[in-house]
Design a protein around this ligand. Structure first.
Ligand code: 5GP
Ligand code: ZN
Length: 122
């Protein structure tokens, strides 16, 4: 179990509303807000309020929390009108996964058609 709050972490500050964000959802465990640099018409970050640095730090005790994170994300997708057209939920882990903020977060991205795979193939 990692500490619940890390004072050097930007997402801990956002989740505790010590610094402002465009909030879309909050409950006891989960916080969601608009990404500051959206890559699509809808780009929301869904985070646990508890500071967990990477997916690699999760344990089986976190199963319910991670499940809730996904359920909150899909509910936000419906609220924001992209449930029918579809969307992507992305979780990046460490360097090769493209993680830049070390407090786990799910990206909910939608409102435009996306390709696959997510990296150049040439
Ligand atoms: P990662 O690359 O770690 O998967 O994603 C980090 C995301 O956090 C990026 O999409 C970036 O735009 C977003 N981000 C970083 N700092 C802030 C911030 O201070 N506020 C908000 N709303 N988003 C941020
Ligand atoms: Zn944090």
């Amino acid at each position: 179990m990692t500490d619940s709050y890390n004072e050097n972490c930007i997402f801990c500050k956002i989740a505790s509303e010590k610094i402002p964000s465009k909030k879309v959802y909050s409950d006891e465990q989960i916080f969601a807000f608009h990404d500051i640099a959206p890559v699509a018409p809808v780009h929301i970050l869904i985070i646990p309020k508890r500071h967990i640095e990477t997916l690699d730090d999760l344990t089986s005790d976190d199963a319910l929390l991670v499940g809730k994170l996904i359920i909150v994300a899909k509910d936000i997708a419906r609220t924001l009108g992209i449930a029918e057209s579809g969307y992507r939920i992305n979780l990046n882990c460490k360097r090769d996964g493209g993680q830049t903020v070390f407090h786990i977060h799910a990206h909910l991205i939608g409102g435009k058609s996306m390709g696959w795979p997510p990296f150049p193939t040439t």
